[in-house]
Design a protein around this ligand. Structure first.
Ligand SMILES: Cc1ncc(C[n+]2csc(CCOP(=O)(O)OP(=O)(O)O)c2C)c(N)n1
Ligand code: SF4
Ligand SMILES: [Mg+2]
Length: 321
């Protein structure tokens, strides 16, 4: 199998001038106003194109896109259980390979893309995901991370950030809201030594689409983790969705980077970060936090950023000189 770097040698970038006009995920779905998750999904679909086979775990994006007898999907789409998007995508990919080998179907170059929320990825689906990455299936896994189980009423997941209020992490005299640090799923995916891992935010839509295009171009498994604002669950107005998606990157809370054949590459070096507080202030789920909590979050964000920079330096020895 060729490396990701080789596969991407002649990569044709998406630019504002050649944004794909196709809409494999059409309008008319039932997402809330200002939903950043559905925007991310639409951008992913545009970047992959009409040759996509979508495998969709249960969650908000499945519910809002498929109220029988209607559907927003213009491409083959399969709804699977909460926990097995990666396992089903593996099966679709492997069976296509077998049928092509036996001459039963033509190789039309279709791309298998699995979609799941943070609950479906970082919690209940992590075993199926790990297995699929380890087996090396040629597919792309997209985690749409709105930082809680939104479809069932805003319960905390292991991807919910420290301090956030959810219905199962309510702040009060004995709690600051979510009490654990957000699980680092992109790093967990990267630890499987797969060809391509990336993080993305819908506030940088061209960057997001290029990462998805790269993910489906490289042979073998690819993982894309997308920060997906949820005004309903985060207690913010729909009009601040994109502002939130921008500030999370500008504050270094959610850095944008790629891991190509194990090499860490920063997509955006945030030299002058905004204070984490400025990001937290956009959402009422953090409004109970005091100075001490915010200082704690700021320190951990600074530490995580320093660790990421050291990985960039360690895996790019020339750039480090
Ligand atoms: C085994 C199982 N447990 C629980 C559920 C109920 N359930 C459906 S969607 C969902 C939450 C999904 O959260 P997430 O994956 O983060 O996606 P989101 O809705 O936030 O986009 C839950 C708990 C289920 N369908 N199957
Ligand atoms: S609850 Fe959140 S993620 Fe779900 S459709 Fe509404 S805004 Fe989007
Ligand atoms: Mg979620």
């Amino acid at each position: 199998m060729i490396s990701a770097a080789e596969a991407l040698k002649d990569f044709q970038k998406i630019t504002p001038k050649n944004i794909p006009l196709v809409e494999p995920f059409s309008k008319g779905h039932r997402a809330c106003q200002g939903c950043g998750e559905v925007l991310a999904l639409r951008l992913v679909a545009k970047a992959v194109g009409m040759d996509m086979i979508a495998v969709s775990a249960t969650g908000c994006m499945e519910i809002i896109s498929s109220p029988y007898p209607q559907t927003a999907w213009e491409v083959p789409w399969i709804h699977v259980a909460f926990e097995n998007a990666a396992a089903v995508a593996s099966g679709v990919e492997a069976s296509r390979k077998a049928l092509i080998r036996k001459g039963r179907i033509k190789d039309d170059g279709a791309k298998v893309v699995a979609f799941a929320g943070d609950g479906g990825t970082a919690d209940i689906g992590i075993q199926a995901l790990s297995g699929a990455l380890e087996r090396g299936h040629d597919f792309t896994y997209v985690c749409l991370d709105n930082e809680a189980y939104m479809n069932t009423g805003i319960q905390r997941s292991s991807s919910t950030p420290y301090g956030a209020m959810t219905t199962t992490s309510p702040p009060g005299p004995k709690s600051r809201g979510q009490m654990t640090w957000k699980k680092n799923m992109p790093m967990i995916a990267a630890a499987h030594n797969i060809p391509y891992v990336a993080t993305a935010s819908p506030a940088w839509h061209i960057d997001l689409m290029n990462k998805v295009k790269k993910a489906v171009t490289v042979p073998g498994p690819a993982y894309v983790h997308i920060y997906s604002p949820c005004p309903t669950g985060w207690r913010c107005g729909p009009e601040v969705s994109i502002e939130t998606a921008r500030k999370v990157v500008q504050s270094r809370v959610f850095p944008l980077y790629e891991v190509i054949d194990g090499r860490f590459v920063l997509s955006r070096d945030i030299k002058k970060p905004i204070p984490v507080k400025e990001y937290l202030d956009t959402q009422r789920r953090f409004r109970h936090l005091g100075e001490k909590d915010i200082a704690y979050i700021q320190k951990r964000v600074d530490d995580d950023w320093a660790r990421l920079l050291s990985l960039v330096q360690a895996t790019n020895p020339v750039a480090a000189e």
